[in-house]
Design a protein around this ligand. Structure first.
Ligand code: PRX
Length: 663
């Protein structure tokens, strides 16, 4: 655990930080009926989840809450439903029909509009559009059980496409718009998608992302794809695209051809696939996490309701991209299942200026903001003048997700964004968990800056030692989950064995998260970062092996090792140690080429900040790369024990060239 780069810094910061924030009295008053959730759920978790399942619409009621045969879970056995009914129909056909479901803001500023282009879709609008899209997608040959890839900008049509797939019983696999053609191709092929939904482009920090062009390149290598459905977002004058006849269809043409009547939702079994979402692991191949319909919807609906204390008049803004699990669970399924109003923003937080988020919060009177610590740390650096320019008095609750938040950033967020009055929910979860699992409940939990506090009701989180035994309060270990939960991933798409191996074999019978954690004397949980070769760069999960594979796919590279180094804003940054092939002379130009090569193979999020060339990589006698040593070198620390190295001279050589330490 001493290997976890973020842990030592976090802990020393925490030790200095003794502040505690009890819920404000007003919130505590509204928390009535919630405080006893923990008790009820602990007493009878299955009865608790059955009660939560009452919050979504079922076509056929389930007959059993859980069928559990480690690690295979079936939740809400016998139940049938359609996720789009709970997220859209029941609001659109009821009292919320004219309530805003999605408030969308485009990135480019529009004169006279206090920011960007605005589109508001009421639940009635969303119902109409989801139905039209479902008709259009079905007309392209998609049926229950098929897969559809979605590679879209942050526009309402991304959510519409997801819900339309769900309506047909087809699983979507959303691919983050920052991924490169090769990464798209791998995901499309692995999932077996027949259709790809994309757009001509999307705006990001003033640039246009060439989404269609990336898809066009990717589908050259995807024999299973029969059609590409293309939304016109930026327009012909900004990004002309030439569709391939027979394969590509414009979104507007396809939807205009749809019949005006609703498409009867396809009722599916509770365990029918809702989506596959790829995430990084410890091998070079991303893992397709499979989420199913009933349990996922119950988990995201219940957690959105209680963690964000959602009320009918809230304006909820989750800033995550739909390409990540946070966008799936808390921009689309969770809040919509609650009938909430969600803000969706297309672009970058600092475009055209560094107060864009605060401008959006003021413009739509956002009451709940859910964002990542990396964003908060960037805002801290921009200074307090930017938030001060805007009226953010509607905010009542703040959330963070994706990475540990350092107490300093927590307090800055609390004071400068929340005006000292908004509780902060630091929520821990993963693509695999589908829903928030460790979090305070606003109005109930006394928070401590930097701690995600306690497990959500019904969740049994524990910190264990190497042998799987709970560690005493006040100590650290591995974070595990002792009981199944409804929104858990059911398997890895097409690879049951890897699922079992990765998550359920380290500690038999327990789910291993891959995270280190510590529990303080009062039982508060403090996340310490990953204990495996998965990095968290600016809240994005990146596997070291993926980046290493991309590097060695370049003809100049013989071998590469990638590590995470502490970074003030991003939490971690990528550094790569590269051994060039024989006869290649390493120089700055090659370093730049390799950085670009990674960006065009995976995506810009995986581009290393630093490349160090070395004649050899330091390895143990069993041929394992000594990453700890590389981290020490990259972070300029005095080197630790090198006695197990095959050739200590290797380190001396790297050090000579790159040593930044005082030692
Ligand atoms: O290391 C943990 C970190 O993010 C990982 C999961 O990444 P991903 O599947 O991409 O999902 C991110 C959004 C849910 C975890 O294993 N992580 C997530 N939330 C927190 C966190 N680390 C500390 N504190 C958190 N609140």
């Amino acid at each position: 655990m001493s290997d976890t780069p973020s842990s030592s810094g976090m802990i020393s910061a925490l030790l200095q930080e003794e502040r505690r924030f009890p819920p404000p009295p007003a919130l505590a008053a509204t928390a009535n009926g919630k405080a006893d959730l923990y008790e009820r759920a602990a007493k009878d978790p299955l009865a608790f989840w059955a009660e939560m399942a009452g919050g979504i619409d079922w076509a056929t009621p389930f007959t059993k809450v859980l069928d559990w045969n480690v690690p295979w879970a079936k939740w809400f056995v016998g139940g049938t439903l359609n996720a789009s009914v709970s997220c859209v129909d029941r609001h659109a056909l009821g009292a919320r029909r004219n309530k805003a479901a999605l408030i969308w803001e485009g990135e480019p500023h529009v004169a006279g509009n206090l920011g960007g282009e605005t589109r508001v879709l009421t639940y009635g609008d969303l119902y109409r559009e989801v139905n039209r899209a479902a008709h259009a997608i079905r007309a392209l040959g998609i049926e229950k059980g098929d897969r559809v890839a979605i590679y879209m900008p942050m526009v309402p049509e991304a959510a519409i496409a997801m819900l339309a797939c769900a309506r047909l019983g087809a699983a979507h696999t959303v691919i983050f718009g920052g991924f490169a053609p090769e990464a798209i191709r791998d995901r499309v092929n692995d999932s077996g998608a027949k259709l790809v939904i994309t757009a001509d482009g999307g705006y990001r920090r003033g640039n246009v992302i060439p989404l269609y062009d990336n898809v066009a390149k990717a589908v050259e290598g995807t024999p299973g794809v029969t059609h590409v459905l293309v939304l016109r977002r930026v327009g012909e004058s900004v990004r002309p695209v030439t569709l391939t006849p027979g394969r590509d269809v414009w979104w507007h043409d396809a939807l205009d051809a749809a019949p005006p009547t609703p498409l009867e939702p396809v009722m599916v079994d509770a365990e029918h696939p809702l989506y596959i979402l790829y995430t990084s692991g410890t091998t070079g191949k991303p893992k397709g996490m499979l989420h199913t319909t009933g349990g996922y919807l119950v988990g995201t609906m219940a957690s959105a309701k209680y963690v964000f204390d959602l009320k009918d008049d809230d304006v909820f803004w989750c800033t995550a991209d739909v390409g990540w699990v946070t966008g799936h669970s808390y921009l689309v399924y969770g809040p919509l299942a609650n009938g909430a109003t969600c803000v969706m923003y297309e672009g970058a937080p600092d475009w055209p200026d560094k107060d864009r988020f605060w401008q959006i919060i003021a413009k739509y009177r956002v009451s709940i903001l859910y964002t990542a610590p990396t964003a908060i740390r960037s805002f801290m650096r921009f200074g307090t003048d930017y938030p001060k320019r805007h009226d953010m008095s509607a905010l009542r609750l703040l959330g963070t997700v994706g990475e540990p938040i350092n107490p300093e950033a927590w307090i800055w967020y609390h004071e400068n964004i929340g005006g000292g009055r908004c509780p902060i929910v630091d929520t821990w979860w993963q693509t695999e968990t589908g829903m928030i699992l460790i979090t305070p409940l606003p109005g109930v939990t006394t928070t401590r800056p930097g701690s995600a506090t306690f497990a959500f009701p019904g969740i049994d989180a524990d910190v264990v030692d190497e042998s799987g035994q709970s560690v005493p309060l006040g100590s650290g270990g591995y974070l595990v989950l002792r009981r199944p939960w409804p929104a858990m991933a059911r398997t890895l798409w097409g690879d049951d064995e890897r699922f079992q191996q990765t998550y359920w074999s380290r500690f038999p019978g327990l789910y291993f998260t891959g995270d280190g954690a510590r529990r303080d004397e009062d039982g508060y949980i403090w996340l310490l970062g990953r204990v495996d070769d998965v990095l968290n760069v600016a809240g994005h999960r990146i596997g070291t092996m993926e980046v290493e594979s991309a590097l060695v796919s370049h003809p100049s590279v013989a071998e590469a090792a990638v590590i995470g180094v502490a970074h003030e804003i991003k939490g971690q940054a990528l550094a790569a140690f590269v051994t060039p092939r024989f006869g290649i002379t390493p120089d700055d130009a090659l370093a730049d080429t390799l950085k670009k090569h990674v960006a065009t193979t995976i995506g810009a999020i995986a581009r290393p900040d630093q490349i160090y060339f070395t004649a050899e990589l330091p390895k143990t006698r069993s041929a394992k790369i000594m990453r700890r040593l590389l981290r020490d070198i990259a972070e300029g620390r005095v080197l630790g024990d090198t006695t197990t190295l095959t050739d200590p001279a290797v380190v001396a050589d790297i050090r000579e060239r790159y040593d930044h330490s005082e030692a």
